[in-house]
Design a protein around this ligand. Structure first.
Ligand code: IPD
Ligand code: CA
Ligand code: CA
Length: 255
């Protein structure tokens, strides 16, 4: 059965309701650490289990790769899921966290859905058809001057041991722009590029499940999605998404 965007939205919104119920009852939330400074909550586990059950019941032809449960056997055509992107924000009662679900067929991203339950913003995209926020088409900003731009990034504390920990790059870019933001959810950051709320976003050392859905949404909204050298493609190690107009001004600052 082909995937219906309507069914996908229902499933992702239901998953959002599970997460939101736990978010409203944070004092009873069980939080553990996968490794130092890497949190996982019972909400992450419950949302992923729900998505895995629902998606494989509706669409048994696809495999499943989730952050918390790993991969099923079929790796070429699969759902790529981050049950809660922005877990740390979630545990603090902040609003910027999202459920991220992408469909990859033969290693090509074809559908993406990112739902931020605390904001009730649902973003989705279909390859070649466009991107939408809460049912309305969205597109990237028209800002063409890096000096006036608003740029988002992320710093993963668990990767602070890396020689390139993003701090020098952040300083270089901050000196050339007007606004910098760190929202705490890469999936949502990419949707903000798609919706023109920020003019660019970059981060390093992510995983495909952090960015798969958001990157497709950004691309379908007109974003340039590249690595830090400007090569087009979806690179979890070095993702740079821009409105396209400030790409050439940002690239010299990336390396
Ligand atoms: C994290 C978020 C955050 C980014 C981290 C990710 P998680 O995902 O996307 O914005 O800076 O690198 O690990 O752990 O909350 O799913
Ligand atoms: Ca994530
Ligand atoms: Ca996660």
């Amino acid at each position: 059965m082909p995937v219906s965007l309507v069914v996908l939205e229902q499933i992702v919104r239901e998953a959002g309701a599970i997460a939101l119920a736990q978010f409203k009852n944070l004092k009873n939330l069980q939080i553990t650490q996968k490794s130092p400074r890497d949190f996982v909550t019972e909400a992450d586990i419950a949302v992923e289990q729900f998505l895995k059950d629902k998606l494989s019941t509706h669409y048994p032809q696809f495999g499943f790769w989730g952050e918390e449960s790993g991969q099923t056997a079929d790796q070429l055509s699969r759902w790529v899921v981050d049950p809660i992107d922005g877990t740390h924000s979630f545990t603090k009662g902040q609003y910027f966290w999202a459920i991220s679900v992408a469909l990859e067929i033969n290693q090509e991203l074809v559908l993406g859905a990112v739902y931020a339950p605390a904001l009730d913003d649902y973003y989705c995209a279909k390859k070649g058809k466009g991107a939408w926020k809460n049912g309305q088409p969205i597109s990237v900003s028209t800002e063409n001057d890096l000096g006036n731009a608003m740029i988002a990034t992320g710093f993963a504390c668990i990767r602070a041991y890396l020689k390139d920990n993003n701090l020098q790059r952040f300083c270089r870019i901050a000196e050339k722009t007007t606004g910098q933001r760190r929202f705490g959810s890469a999936a949502l950051d990419l949707c903000l590029v798609a919706d023109g709320q920020v003019d660019a976003f970059w981060e390093q050392s992510l995983n495909l499940y952090d960015i798969a859905a958001g990157a497709l949404i950004a691309k379908e909204a007109g974003a340039s999605v590249t690595d830090f050298d400007g090569n087009p493609g979806i690179f979890p190690e070095h993702i740079l998404a821009t409105n396209g107009k400030i790409l050439d001004q940002l690239l010299p600052l990336m390396n």
